[in-house]
Design a protein around this ligand. Sequence first.
Ligand code: HEC
Length: 127
Amino acid sequence: MNATLVTAAGVWLLLVGSALAADPAAGKAKAAQCAACHGANGIAVLPDAPHLAGQNEIYLVKALKDYRSGARKHEQMSVMAKGLSDKDIDNLAAWYNRMPPGGGAAGGGGGTAGSDGGASGSTSKKK
Ligand code: HEC
């Protein structure tokens, strides 16, 4: 029965381990180079750039890997993604995923956009 316990603990560690594998704090540091277009709070400052705050983590990882591989092409994003490792991508996705979609400052940085998020608030906010 000890073996069962050990196995259970092992599975638990695996699950928790993979969930914690991404490091949002490291993602935040990396995201400094993304802020010029996607905003420090994940709300885009360029008219043609998408908001990333609160976006699904798996989707963000896929999008960045697609830019990097060339499966998805964009003049600026393809260049940006080329310099990212798998780890960078995981961390960045974890960081943007954890930002509040309304644009409130996630890491305590001074947000520039109004926290009332006027852009396109069609979806009701669940806090
Ligand atoms: C020079 C401006 C610029 C910079 C810097 C930039 N991006 Fe982008 N990003 C864009 C634009 C514009 C798009 C929309 C591209 C398209 O139409 O496919 C985009 C798209 C994306 C998407 C896809 C979002 C979606 O909804 O499909 C992700 C994810 C993303 N960027 C992440 C990043 C990350 C992470 C960084 C920093 C490492 C970064 N970007 C840096 C301009 C930028």
